[in-house]
Design a protein around this ligand. Structure first.
Ligand SMILES: *Cc1c(COP(=O)(O)O)cnc(C)c1O
Length: 359
């Protein structure tokens, strides 16, 4: 009855919750820099929309997600028919596997990337082909060499989690030209709003030319991680196919109204972008001053080598009320990933890190 390939899965480990650390170590002030959440919280407009709609949750949500799709389409200058909305963008990753991958098929991505990709691949009894990175970046040439008849989906996280590195427009276009048209390429742009690199690709312009789906999320720059809301943009043929896989009410009512409101709050988005870019620069400067090797990031986190056991450092920081991520799940035993917080949080983290590393 039990499938071996499901039984052998290592479950995804989420970032440690704040209240758990508060109870465990009996400390009041705990800061979480572990899950790349929005340090500024939630847009006021989204909160108001949630409050206004709280009394309506006895009714099923709009199964067609019409208003939200219209708002997203207008914002991103695409058609509603080119959009699918999910209970988090993670749900759309699942749709792709369910829709395109059979038992025994292959899914290709990089070896230091988002752990949800191998997870959903393994659940489907498919093989996850993870290609080594080059200087902590996706090596698209190597990825393309790994693609064969059994390959159905390729995942490219851009910027990538947990490295923060990105693939530029030219390399992405060459890759899309290079590979068979039968392969679905998923470019996961969860950290899109934090990118400052000039040669970052404009993927929405490419959706009509390739079997490409672009994923975006409300979890990071819009601060709605707890509501679960994300979407995919692709050509109409691909989107209408994915809609067949979707449950009729996969996106709840509060997420739909909060998403619409969040899109109108340009000030909140701008403030978030500023806090993230300033905080990222601050963290990178501090790491440099401490002589720690880090990877230049285009996202709202930084991956850094701490030259000591990352698991021990994680535990030591917990006791000080700072939650980060150790990279043991990737076999990177001396690396940690720290999310950009408010400037006050970043400073506390750096202070505790310095004292623990004797810097
Ligand atoms: C955070 C993150 C997401 C967001 O997932 P949601 O289900 O929308 O919360 C997607 N992809 C990557 C690579 C991420 O790091």
């Amino acid at each position: 009855m039990y499938k071996k390939y499901v039984d052998s899965i290592h479950p995804y480990e989420p970032g440690k919750p704040i209240d758990e650390v508060q109870k465990q170590y009996r400390i009041k002030k705990v800061i979480k820099l572990a899950s790349n959440e929005n340090p500024l919280g939630v847009s006021r407009k989204a909160i108001d929309a949630i409050k206004k709609n709280a009394g309506l949750v006895n009714v099923y949500p709009d199964g067609g997600i019409q208003e939200l799709k219209k708002a997203i389409a207008k914002y991103h200058k695409v058609k509603p028919a080119q959009i699918i909305v999910g209970n988090g963008s993670n749900e759309i990753i699942e749709f792709l596997i369910r829709g395109f991958v059979r038992e025994g098929d292959c899914v290709v991505s990089s070896d230091i990337s988002f752990l949800v990709y191998p997870l959903v691949t393994q659940v489907a009894g498919a093989e996850y082909v993870s290609v080594p990175m080059k200087n902590f970046k996706y090596d698209l040439m190597a990825l393309s060499r790994k693609i064969d008849k059994s390959t159905k989906v390729v995942f490219i996280a851009n910027p990538n989690n947990p490295t923060g590195t990105y693939v530029n427009g030219e390399n992405l276009k060459n890759f899309l030209e290079d590979i068979p048209k039968s392969v679905v390429v998923c470019v996961d742009e969860a950290y899109f709003d934090f990118v400052t690199a000039k040669d970052y690709p404009n993927t929405l312009k490419l959706i009509d030319k390739y079997n490409l789906i672009v994923l975006r999320t409300f979890s990071k720059s819009y601060g709605l991680a707890g509501l679960r809301l994300g979407f995919g943009v692709a050509n109409e043929r691909l989107i209408s196919y994915l809609h067949k896989i979707r449950q009729p009410f996969n996106v709840n009512h509060l997420a739909q109204v909060a998403g619409i409101a969040a899109l109108t709050d340009k000030t909140f988005l701008k403030q978030t972008q500023k806090v993230v870019v300033d905080g990222r620069n601050y963290l990178e400067k501090q790491f440099k001053a401490m002589g720690l090797f880090y990877i230049e990031s285009e996202a709202n986190f930084v991956l850094v080598c701490v030259k000591t056991s990352s698991k021990k450092l994680f535990q030591a920081l917990l006791k000080k009320g700072v939650i980060i991520r150790d990279m043991a799940a990737y076999g990177m035993n001396e690396w940690v990933r720290v999310s950009v917080g408010t400037m006050a949080e970043n400073r506390i983290f750096i202070k505790e890190l310095k004292s623990l590393l004797g810097k």
